[in-house]
Design a protein around this ligand. Structure first.
Ligand SMILES: [Zn+2]
Length: 397
């Protein structure tokens, strides 16, 4: 039987696991019940399991029948802080928490890949690391797992790494889409506090008003993006929150705003932070204000290896058919901590369309929307692709 045929037999159990995870979503690095379900699903496979310290990660190692290289397959497991409004029968039972990015599917399909590959252990010349990762949504769980040794789990640094990300729209059901080079943006968030001196709104000269200068900073950031950065290496800066003051006739001491910055090259990422800092401090100095800028939530650009991209394209075409592969014309502006792995190991991130049959991919509520829905029928397909990619790498070695 082919990997895909074997995977099809897993549909029931992968769906059950995905729905159980969906009902009980957990946030950040702290996913004890999710971890428990993963361990339950891997039970009896004879994998070497290790758990994170201070985060509920699971690193599972499958030793092949003969020695060889290591392949890493990754699934993220965390949910998002939002109230579910999907039509699912198995919707979240935790108020204000929802698997709206499909990480419940990633977790489930990675257990499927573990099952498919365990059944083919005899064909494996080398080892597979299954990386079940918490804290993708801003907690940098991948970095934490790297610091705790996920890339040393077999004793050999992986020579290939793959991850799948499902989408609730954009792609038709069952289409695998990826591209060579940058596939997702880098993200460098910045929290800014502008400190002046408060006072009466009728006598501004006696105070030092931080609000006009902070407003100037917000617009100057947009100007900087268009004047200092190449339009063919895009940069996005969005100030998504701005807070200052309590009442119209009181000048506050401080104004604060919070921005997210996306770039699609490491070079732009390196340049933008000092540029932002210099701009903010320059405007602050012009008005005699103190500026504090704190960068946080930094994820690098997610960059697919060219050869790994070719491997994915070939594997999808051979195992699933020509029509199931789409080359993405441009990266997406989301960011991903799988970038941490791809900085160290050549590999690829692949999107998989999980748009429900009754929705149009062009208009379906996308990942992170409270109405987002993902079709469980992609689970065996995702599991099969990851298993095929690992098999390809370990039998070609
Ligand atoms: Zn996600």
């Amino acid at each position: 039987m082919s990997v895909r045929e074997d995977a099809a037999d897993l549909l029931g159990e992968l769906t059950d696991l995905r729905r159980a995870l969906h009902r009980e979503p957990e946030l950040g690095l702290d996913l004890p019940r999710t971890q428990e379900k993963v361990v339950g699903a891997l039970d009896g496979l004879g994998l070497e399991l290790t758990f994170g310290n201070g985060l509920n990660s699971v690193t599972a190692v499958l030793r092949g029948a003969a020695p060889g290289p290591t392949v890493l397959l990754r699934g993220d497991m965390d949910a998002l802080p939002l109230q579910e409004k999907s039509r699912a029968q198995f919707s979240s039972t935790t108020d204000g928490v929802m698997h709206a990015c499909g990480h419940d599917l990633h977790t489930s399909l990675l257990t499927g890949a573990a099952k498919l590959l365990t059944a083919r252990r005899a064909d494996l010349r080398g080892d597979v690391v299954f990386m079940f990762q918490p804290g993708e949504e801003g907690q940098d769980g991948a970095k934490e797992m790297i610091d705790q040794g996920v890339l040393a789990a077999t004793g050999t640094t992986p020579s290939a790494a793959y991850a799948i990300h499902v989408t609730s729209g954009m792609l038709p059901f069952g289409v695998f889409a990826t591209r060579p080079g940058p596939i997702m943006a880098a993200c460098a968030d910045v929290k800014v506090t502008v400190r002046g001196r408060g006072g009466h709104g009728s006598a501004a000269h006696r105070a030092n008003d931080p609000i006009p200068a902070a407003c100037e900073m917000v617009t100057a950031l947009q100007v900087m993006v268009t004047r200092k950065f190449d339009i063919f290496d895009p940069v996005v800066v969005t100030v998504g929150s701005f807070h200052a003051g309590t009442k119209n006739n009181i000048i506050p001491d401080t104004a604060q705003f919070d921005a997210t910055i996306r770039t699609f090259s490491a070079a732009s990422l390196d340049r933008i932070r000092p540029a932002v800092l210099a701009l903010l401090q320059g405007i602050g100095a012009a008005h005699g204000l103190e500026v504090e800028a704190q960068f946080y939530g930094l994820y690098p650009v997610t960059v697919n290896d060219e050869a790994a991209f070719e491997t994915v394209r070939r594997t999808v075409r051979e195992s699933f058919g020509e029509e199931r592969f789409a080359a993405l014309p441009a990266p997406t502006a989301g960011s991903e901590d799988f970038s941490r792995i791809l900085e160290r190991v050549p590999g690829a991130m692949v999107f998989l369309g999980a748009t429900p049959a009754d929705r149009d991919p062009a208009t379906a509520p996308f990942n992170h929307a409270p109405e987002a829905e993902f079709d469980d029928a992609v689970l065996p397909e995702g599991a099969a692709l990851l298993a095929e990619l690992a098999l390809g790498h370990l039998s070609a070695a």
